[in-house]
Design a protein around this ligand. Structure first.
Ligand SMILES: [Zn+2]
Length: 373
């Protein structure tokens, strides 16, 4: 027997008992568990959990469907995320427009798609591998050594370059070649340079350089130095834009603006007593005055790395730049030890390469972040 009720009419007694019984049974939903569910985020992190049940209009359901609607803390619907991921991989990780187009073509209209899709693509590991930019961090403040008017080569940076093949001696059948390297000293305050040719780039030399203060290493090498045209030319370069006044390291070192030959004439020891030192001191003072006024202020601005970024952390997965191979072949690594600077910003980190297990120290500007922990 069937009966029909309008919306606002109370249920007949028989049906009401059944209804109450069914409603009471819903309490059991508190203990409902779904042991095999698939989700890309934790159920605890969901802001919205709703069970939808649809059935046909018969007294005893013939067909029924139930589904769980879940959304993460940002309100993104789980099925929308899966759909976006699926069609994003279908279009071979092309950009947002391609993914949205593929979704629409397949017949899906996702509400708020633009807001949803950008963060998904931003986190996509394959996209980061293909198009991710190398990490950046706000450029560090300059060290005090670069900002202090101190005697030239009090604080220096050291690097080597080379080698060149040179002819060392003639032999009967031809010639014997050897290699030569150059050790470059650069003064941190005046930007003057000094180059020393060295005969071998041995381990002992590295140890020697590492074990001494840089300025001391420079003095040891400079004692037996021969004039080299290269450093004379480089020291003659202006370190500020040229206007009516020129400022170059050579002005302090040899009291001349550029690379000029020695003055013509004969000089003897008597010349030493003609208050030459006063003249030298005066010229040095002019240099430091211009250095303070014109050069120092050019160091204030950061020409790149102007924004602060989140630090890389231990456990982050990165791609490590290798200039010898294409980006596709850059090795993957894991950050094992971030190395923060004085300002707690990380610009270098120790990274372990997944392929061979070796650990290297690399600047973050040579890493592409794939997965952030
Ligand atoms: Zn992708």
């Amino acid at each position: 027997m069937t009966s029909t009720n309008n919306w606002d009419e109370p249920l007949p007694e028989l049906m009401r008992d059944k209804w109450e019984h069914w409603k009471d049974s819903l309490q059991g939903l508190h203990h409902l568990s779904i042991p095999r569910s698939y989700a890309t985020f934790s159920w605890k992190d969901m802001s919205q959990r709703e069970v939808y049940v649809y059935c046909d209009a018969s007294e005893k359901a013939i067909a029924v469907v139930a589904f769980l609607k879940a959304a993460d803390l940002e309100g993104n619907n789980h099925i929308s995320i899966l759909l976006n991921r699926h069609y994003h991989s279908e279009v071979k990780h092309q950009g947002r427009h391609f993914t949205a187009g593929a979704l629409r073509y397949a017949g899906f209209w996702i509400v708020g798609e633009k807001r949803l899709i950008s963060p998904l693509l931003h986190k996509c590991v394959i996209c980061r591998k293909l198009r991710g930019k190398q990490e950046q961090q706000l450029m560090s403040d300059l060290p005090a050594d670069r900002l202090s008017p101190i005697p030239p080569f009090s604080s220096v940076g050291i690097d080597t370059f080379g080698p060149w093949s040179i002819v060392t001696r003639k032999t009967r059948g031809g010639q014997a070649n050897s290699k030569r390297w150059a050790l470059l000293f650069t003064c941190l305050s005046t930007r003057a340079i000094h180059i020393k040719v060295i005969e071998e780039l041995s381990y002992s030399l590295t140890l020697f350089v590492d074990s001494l203060p840089y300025a001391e290493v420079f003095r040891k090498f400079a004692q037996t130095d021969e004039p080299i045209l290269v450093w004379a030319v480089v020291n003659g370069r202006p370190i500020v834009p040229v206007s009516s006044e020129i400022l170059s390291p050579a002005m302090l070192l040899i009291q001349k603006a550029g690379c000029y030959p020695a003055p013509i004439g004969t000089f003897d020891t008597m010349d030493l007593y003609k208050a030459q030192w006063k003249r030298v001191q005066y010229l040095a003072d002019i240099f430091w005055h211009r250095w303070n006024k014109k050069y120092l202020q050019t160091l204030q601005t950061r020409r790149k790395w102007t924004d602060s970024s989140p630090n890389v952390k231990q456990g982050d997965i990165v791609l490590i730049k290798d200039k010898n191979v294409s980006k596709n072949e850059w090795p993957t690594g894991i950050i094992v030890n971030p190395l923060p600077g004085h300002d707690e910003r990380v610009r270098n980190a120790e990274v372990r390469v997944a392929r061979n297990g070796s650990t290297y120290t690399r600047p973050i500007s040579e890493m592409v972040l794939l997965v952030r922990v």
